[in-house]
Design a protein around this ligand. Sequence first.
Ligand code: CA2
Length: 149
Amino acid sequence: MNDTILVLNGPNLNLLGQRQPEIYGRATLADVEALCREAAAAHGLSAECRQSNAEHVLIDAIHEFRIGSAGIVINAGAYTHTSVAILDALNACEVPVIECHISNVHRREAFRHHSYVSLAATAVLAGFGTHGYALAIRHLAHLRADKTA
Ligand code: CA2
């Protein structure tokens, strides 16, 4: 098992901090990625941060980290609600997967209430703002410490 957590952000999350601050806050994607690297480092881990608007690029990243990493934090964006292909990739993971949403999807439109990602996730965070990524990383560190104890 290595020390790297994959933090994977899906479509449109490159626009963080530029639009809809009332829903997603004012932090940019670069801010979120810096927060993730800091949170990982606080636990002696490192964060590899990727973002893509393309489903196949997200799937390739999951494949790269599905075995031997310290886990995956994924905000699949709108693919959360539509992508069986991302679910299949996550189901092939041997490492813990934490699903993270900035907004509380359950307070929003009905189509956001269903998540394919949740079917493969170890845990789910929604509505914690961008702080949720740090919580997800902390939980992966906790699971890892349990496993190596
Ligand atoms: O709350 C979340 O983190 C979401 O995963 C964000 C997705 C949305 O489709 C999910 O239902 C919930 C959308 C990300 C779009 O991000 C933007 C950020 C700023 C401006 C425009 C889009």
